[in-house]
Design a protein around this ligand. Structure first.
Ligand SMILES: C[S@@+](CC[C@H](N)C(=O)[O-])C[C@H]1O[C@@H](n2cnc3c(N)ncnc32)[C@H](O)[C@@H]1O
Length: 328
């Protein structure tokens, strides 16, 4: 049972998210990353009220994102990797996308009452070019951070064929291609996402070694004889009836002994914990009917049903994600 203090903190938890979101939206972080800045200078640079900017940066100091000295405000060194736009691991794209999602969360009662998503179709999957680009950038920054724990867990042999299904910006594939230039990697995603991914990676030599394939993974023919198939952060988009078919299709595309790697937020068998995964189910319901956060147990059962052999579930270090590895 939550104590009173926990409950009060929980009820106002969105204050923190919105303070961070406002600072991202107003463009504070590129300026704060350049060194100590007085609140007046910051207000002038972003075209905002000095008094209000000061209140916002003070809150961010209180939250441990910034620090203040006589010279002004700057990023806390602990947070610099995630908040400095010049850092390859920065999460600003993900935080911006999070702000888009926050607007949907306000409609959660409506979603629960009607049993329907609160937006007609996923506008960020191609319909709206700005939202699509923000989504792909958001995925890339989220995956960049996850990659630290995740990519060392992927060990395809030299010369392997790797298929990244629903690969989005192809962040994990890109890290694999950087590590080993002998891999034959295909990233499959919807055509508008693939286009945005190619734009984001333009000029990156590792990305040029990857084949970006535009298509619907339910319809598209998968390249054959794969050594490894990745399906990361996409499982939750699909109801059981479709996931079973898709897992079967992945098994067919793998060589005997090839490896399927599923990564996603997953639940325990009680479907209540971890709480972050249970809340993620709500996040998905706001946007996509029939989305499903799977329990690791149910996923293993489905893999067995479609004929996979050894199945192993592992936590991805430093993230709330789990990895299920299954051999074909
Ligand atoms: C949350 S993202 C994960 C991206 C990437 N695997 C990662 O972990 O960073 C899910 C991806 O699945 C893609 N997707 C959704 N439905 C799809 C479909 N029917 N065919 C191909 N890709 C699809 C989305 O476009 C999106 O890029």
């Amino acid at each position: 049972m939550a104590t009173t203090v926990d409950l009060v903190e929980l009820a106002s938890g969105y204050w923190q998210s919105f303070a961070l979101g406002a600072a991202v939206e107003l463009g504070f972080f590129p300026i704060l990353a350049t060194g100590p800045v007085k609140s007046g200078e910051l207000a002038e640079s972003v075209g905002a009220s000095e008094e209000h900017v000061e209140a916002l940066v003070n809150s961010l100091c209180g939250l441990g994102l910034l620090r203040r000295s006589d010279a002004g405000y700057e990023l806390d060194p602990e947070q610099k990797a995630l908040l400095d736009p010049a850092s390859p691991e920065n999460m600003l794209g993900a935080f911006r996308f999070n702000l888009d999602l926050a607007k949907l969360w306000l409609k959660l009662p409506e979603c629960v009452r009607s049993g329907e998503p609160v937006i007609p179709e996923n506008p960020h999957l191609g319909k709206d070019p700005d939202k699509t680009r923000r989504f792909v950038e958001g995925m890339h920054s989220r995956a960049g951070l996850m990659a630290r724990g995740l990519v060392p867990m992927l060990t395809p042999k030299a010369g392997s064929r790797v298929l990244d299904v629903g690969g989005g910006p192809g962040t994990f594939s890109l890290k694999l291609a950087e590590r080993d230039d002998s891999l034959e990697i295909t990233v499959l995603d919807l055509p508008p996402i693939v286009e945005a991914a190619k734009e984001i990676h333009a000029g990156n030599p590792a990305a040029e070694r990857i084949r970006f394939m535009g298509g619907d993974y339910h319809q598209a023919e998968f390249p054959e004889e794969q050594d490894m198939i990745l399906y990361c952060g996409a499982l939750h988009q699909e109801p059981e009836s479709r996931i079973e078919v898709l897992l079967g299709k992945m098994k067919e595309a793998l060589k005997p002994g090839g490896e399927l790697v599923l990564v996603d937020l997953m639940l325990d068998s009680d479907r209540c914990t971890p709480a972050y995964s249970a809340l993620f189910q709500l996040n998905m319901m706001l946007m996509r009917p029939a989305s499903r956060v799977y329990s690791s147990e149910r996923l293993s059962e489905l893999l067995r049903i479609v004929g996979f052999g050894t199945i192993e579930t592992i936590e991805v270090p430093g993230t709330p994600y789990r990895m299920v590895k299954a051999s074909a």
